[in-house]
Design a protein around this ligand. Structure first.
Ligand SMILES: C[C@H](O)[C@H](O)[C@H]1CNC2=NC(N)=NC(=O)C2=N1
Length: 154
């Protein structure tokens, strides 16, 4: 006689999932999602925003968010972009972690409660991309330090 051991379900929901950019590759994009999210759907939408998915965002070091630097010609254009994003933040009741130095702003989208990447982060990252275009965002530069606080050239 042998006994069959019942397979017990995972005690916690799988909040830390690996999203594969291609089934034949090692996972290259990994997120920690906010509780209650549809991880399949959100994962697809989030990957589309990353460099691996053809977008311009990077996964944050803690895997809980998306971040990127926007660069404009002038401080005014940068500030106008930030004002446009700020107005949408009021609508969505969702707020970025961001910095501004002269003609750059570094924007990070992550959800504090429940902690992780949420659909609002993805919505706002897409909104930023569109607002960036509307406000005349400049193309990416190779030597960008990515923090929006680079050294100023005289
Ligand atoms: C009540 C209100 O919706 C919450 O405090 C919001 C405000 N903006 C927020 N913004 C972000 N990025 N994460 C949050 O968890 C969050 N919470």
């Amino acid at each position: 006689m042998f006994s069959l051991r019942r397979v017990t379900p995972r005690p916690v929901s799988r909040s830390f999932v690996r999203a594969m950019s291609s089934p034949s590759q090692q996972p290259s994009v990994r997120f920690q999602y906010s509780a209650g999210e549809d991880e399949e759907q959100l994962g697809r939408n989030a990957i589309a925003l990353t460099k691996e998915g053809g977008g311009r965002w990077k996964v944050t070091d803690d895997n809980r968010g998306l971040e990127r630097t926007f660069r404009f010609k002038t401080f005014k254009a940068t500030w106008d972009f930030m004002n446009t994003v700020a107005a949408e933040c009021k609508v969505q009741k969702h707020h970025p972690e961001w910095t501004n130095v002269f003609n750059k702003t570094h924007v990070r989208w992550t959800t504090h409660k429940p902690m992780g990447l949420s659909s609002k982060d993805v919505l706002m990252a897409n909104f930023c991309d569109e607002a960036g275009s509307r406000h005349g965002e400049l193309p990416e530069v190779e030597d960008d330090d990515g923090c929006g606080c680079g050294t100023f050239k005289s």
